[in-house]
Design a protein around this ligand. Sequence first.
Ligand SMILES: [Zn+2]
Length: 290
Amino acid sequence: MNSPLKWDVLLSSQIPVVTSELPPGASEMKWSPISSTLISGERDAVLVDTFITMEQNRVLADWIAASGKNLTTIYATHGHGDHFFGVNTIQRRFPNARFVASRDAISVMRQQLSPPVLGAYWKSRFPGQIDPTLVIAEELAGDVIQLEGEELVSIPTGHTDTRSTTCLHVPSIGLVVSGDVVYNDVHIHLGESTADSRKEWIAALNMIESLKPRAVVAGHKRPGRPDAPAIIEETRQYIRGFDKIAADSETPEELYSRMFALYPNRVNPAVLWSSARGVTIDRSRPAHSI
Ligand SMILES: [Zn+2]
């Protein structure tokens, strides 16, 4: 039986980031494009992830309104602010939409709203642009969102770009909305990773691959690039490469330049720079460990 569900993706604009943490040779940084996915039936729809700034999220709300669908639910794949700061803007336009996430992702959201993170990290990077009302999700009971009789299943993926991440699987249409477990030709945020958590990340990618999806929507993607399952392997290769180079680099600068040489064209090298600075260079363990 053909599923009546359809899906569509809106990418955020790449907005400037106020920061002095720029990679060697760079004079500015922009945030990676963020994806928001609308999964819709004949009448109702579910939104997966939002954007950062009020302006970006107004564009997102207009896009949802243009679909003509009744938004019932907003789901956040994980607790990073760049994927849920838009909920208030969306709920003002769609007051009946409930906001849900996994219990563990909600604990990451709470940390993101604590003053040291919200003020020192997010508001300093996007001054005056973040909604003063930030909403924390309710726990999604039972891991399933119903949409016109079809199931959207929240699957825990452990520590990937941060702790307690998930993806949303829609078996009837072979869709995985991966959040930041999979990246699509954008430099990968590894700054919160360790050698152990990178193994967990590889396992999450293997799990998503085992679902045999027909499409995978990455949380950050290059505009225009297809949502092809091949991005699972591309992400795995990138993380393995990073893990190997991190194991025998002397400095963040060396890690950055060796990875950049492998991936000169990925979107947003500033993310690679923050990854290189964020990880502990550990030369006590062997390479090729994952
Ligand atoms: Zn993230």
